[in-house]
Design a protein around this ligand. Structure first.
Ligand code: 5GP
Length: 206
């Protein structure tokens, strides 16, 4: 496993600020890629196809499920979301680092196939703040906000299964915490062993 890339799974209830956090953290790691998911959800204003998501029809998504093309998929807030298997496996096999933004169901499915992945859960500082953030986003309808808040309560139960928990109160602190987690994980012996062997001409480092 030492030459397999690092896979970081990030989950959070909707509205916590996970997308902004991931975008900021990605700037620090030139080799870290954000895997673009497929979704049947309609694009929000400003979202770009192929960049934020691959926006597809229900029919296309179903075809992909039937063709076994997803590493995981889930139905969330009435829409479907999924991670394409081939691109992810190929990317990791060539030693690259990938960040996946998944809900709790998707994370559980991925853990079975990629047991070495790292699980980070992002929490809001309070329920009140979560509601405030969801409302200030101004991209979801009232009904959608209500549904996302209700789902957040269920979704939070997954947090206990994660390796790390980050509370996104002050944004910059959360960014540096997440960044530190990734740095530490990149330094794990099993991930740098090959490099150490090559650098110091060792046959059995560690
Ligand atoms: P949003 O509609 O706010 O962009 O995302 C809603 C939820 O879908 C978030 O919790 C996000 O983590 C999750 N999500 C996004 N992409 C995927 C995916 O490919 N698979 C799964 N299981 N969840 C996803």
């Amino acid at each position: 496993m030492s030459n397999e890339g690092l896979l970081v799974i990030i989950s959070a209830p909707s509205g916590v600020g996970k997308t902004s956090l991931c975008k900021e953290v990605l700037k620090f790691f030139p080799d870290l890629r954000h895997s673009v998911s497929y979704t049947t959800r309609a694009p929000r204003p400003g979202e770009k196809d192929g960049l934020d998501y691959q926006f597809v029809s229900e029919e296309k998504f179903q075809e992909m499920i039937d063709g076994g093309m997803f590493a995981e998929w889930a139905e969330i807030h009435g829409n479907r979301y999924g991670t394409a298997a081939n691109a992810l496996k190929e990317y990791l096999r060539s030693g690259n680092e990938v960040i996946l933004d998944l809900d709790g169901q998707g994370a559980r499915q991925i853990r079975e196939e990629f047991p070495n992945s790292i699980y980070v859960y992002i929490l809001p500082p309070s329920w009140k703040e979560l509601e405030k953030r969801l409302r200030s986003r101004r991209t979801d309808s009232n009904e959608d906000i209500k549904r996302r808040l209700e789902n957040a309560k269920e979704e939070l139960q997954y947090a206990e299964h994660y390796d790390y928990i980050v509370i996104n109160d002050a944004f910059n602190v959360a960014v540096s915490t997440l960044r530190s987690i990734i740095v530490a994980e990149k330094c794990r012996r099993k991930r740098v062993l090959k490099q150490v062997e090559a650098l110091f001409n060792l046959s059995h480092a560690g």
